[in-house]
Structures are given as C-alpha cells and as structure tokens.
Write a protein that binds this ligand. Structure first.
Ligand code: GLN
Length: 290
C-alpha cells in the first residue's frame, strides 16, 4: 500500500454514502437510518449536524471507532444494540442485548392508556409486567403525573438497564422496580391499570424470526417456549388478585394470528376491545375487570 492510499481521507458524506450501500448489499433494511445512528453516535453530533458537516474529514480515531459498529450492523445486529440506545415515544432509552428493543407498535398501546387514564383526577396505580427497558413504564410516568407505577421484571440484567433508564429520566421515585417472575409472584395489592408486552412468540416460531430479532434479542423477552399464550392464560387465572374491580388491562399480543385465541381467553371480561397498530394489524387488547 502506498503512503497515499493509507492516508485516504474520508469525508463524512463519502463515508455515509459508502456505508449505506455496503449495508444495503448485506440486506440490511433502512440502512441509511442505521448509518446515521452510528455516525451521530461516533461523532457525538445530532442528525442535523451530520448534514451540516458533510465535507468534514473523518479522523483516523473516529474511523477506528466507527468500523466495528458498521461490521456489527452488517452482521444484522440491530443498530439500537450497536449504539446502545433506542428511541421510544419521543425519548431515549439505553438498550443492551438483555432487553427487547422497544417497538413503534408499542407506542400505540402507550398512547391508548394515556388517553384513557389522563381523565382520572385521583392518584392511581399501574403495573407494567415484563418491563424490560422500562419503555412503557417511563412513557406512562412522564405523561400521567398522578400514576404510581410498579415495573416488574424477571431478568437481573434487564433490571440493571431498567434502573439505569429510570434514573436517567429522573423517575426513581415514581417507578418501583420489582425483580420477580410473574408466574410465581404474589401481588401485594390489586392495581387500577395493568399493562404488558409479554413474550408472545411460540417456541416453534423462534426459528422463523428475522436475524436481527432471532439472533440478537433475548429469547426470554420474545417467547414463552410454549404456544405464545402462556402469559395471557396466567393473567386470566389471576386477574382477581391483580386488578381492582373496574380496573383496566391493556396487553400487547402477536398480531392477527393470535387475535382469536387471546379474545377467547379474556371473553368473560367487560368492554373487551382489540386495537390495531400503525400498520393496521391487530396488536393489543384492552378490557376491564367486571
Ligand atoms: N414484537 C416483537 C417481534 O415481533 C415481539 C415482542 C414480544 O414478544 N413481546 O419481534
């Protein structure tokens, strides 16, 4: 290699364009967004600044920090894990391979709970089962000042991330973190609202997941290793202990293919409603304890 080749200067714009194409060739969806995330992370710039600094040369040190991220992304690792951050409901969360990356579908569920619960005028309680990053609990805490929230999470590694996120958003005094397995847990009190995005993928479906999910996200957050309905059945057995009379439950499920089974499990509840996500797929169910 000549001296000149070693010192090739990458301008930001060239690196961005080259990386987008490289990731596209590797079959990465939405590769431009992924590259923008990685570059904003490495350069500690906002996305707007990236575009205002298009001609800026990349230093060798910056390139050295960027390269491993690009390779992880090319190997289908979700970009949120690569940079350790995700966006949800207009705020940022720390993520790791130990937690499910919050999905836009789940924002709809949060939006629905806020629309119903903001009408309350007295303090009330919310339980978030399988809290993971804390995405749901934190969004609700931010938008529902009268809510006292418990976030239940079984994985100790996920609890570390959950604590970090609650601390970052200054919500340690609003969100009580409980490290327990929901299948063995005794509720200390019934709640006014229960929300969950449980693991709903059937064990036998795990192999069909796209690489970015199946290889990289924690199985504990994705599957019950049964038929994907174990959580809902458990909930239906325990609702009297968990929900106050008239209390509301809002539970995400695995889309149109699970709709009928989930409806059947909760058929005895009041005001059962199925809600769709932004892709118009059935995505979550809400109902009230009679
Ligand atoms: N929505 C996720 C997916 O499709 C699954 C999340 C879950 O099981 N709760 O990958």
């Amino acid at each position: 290699m000549t001296e000149h080749a070693q010192e090739k200067v990458w301008r930001l714009v060239d690196l961005l364009r080259w990386s987008v194409e490289y990731l596209q060739e590797k079959g990465i969806e939405d590769s431009r967004t992924a590259v923008e995330w990685m570059l904003t992370h490495v350069l500690k710039m906002s996305r707007v600044d990236l575009y205002l600094n298009f001609d800026r040369p990349m230093s060798r040190e910056e390139l050295n920090r960027y390269k491993p991220l690009l390779l992880q992304c090319a190997a289908h690792q979700p970009v949120q894990q690569v940079v350790g951050q995700a966006d949800f409901y207009g705020f940022q969360l720390t993520v790791s391979p130990d937690v499910l990356i919050p999905r836009p579908e789940t924002e709809r569920l949060v939006e629905y709970i806020i629309s119903v619960a903001r009408k309350r005028t007295d303090p009330f309680s919310i339980l978030d089962i399988g809290s993971g990053t804390g995405a749901i609990a934190i969004a609700l805490a931010k938008h529902l000042p009268l809510a006292r929230i418990h976030a239940l999470e079984v994985s100790p590694q996920a609890v570390d991330i959950l604590k970090k996120n609650c601390r970052f958003h200054n919500l340690m005094n609003r969100i009580g973190i409980i490290q327990e397995d929901i299948f063995y847990w005794e509720a200390p009190e019934p709640y006014d609202i229960i929300v969950s995005n449980p693991p709903y993928i059937a064990g036998h479906e795990m192999e069909q997941l796209p690489k970015n999910v199946g290889y990289y996200e924690p199985p504990l957050a994705l599957t019950d290793l049964q038929d994907g309905l174990a959580f809902y059945r458990h909930f239906a057995r325990r609702f009297q202990e968990w929900l106050v009379p008239g209390g509301m439950a809002v539970l995400e499920f695995g889309g149109p293919s699970q709709r009928e089974a989930v409806q059947e499990i909760f058929h005895a509840y009041r005001d059962l409603e199925i809600h769709r996500d932004y892709q118009k797929d059935d995505r979550f169910i809400s109902f009230f304890r009679p």
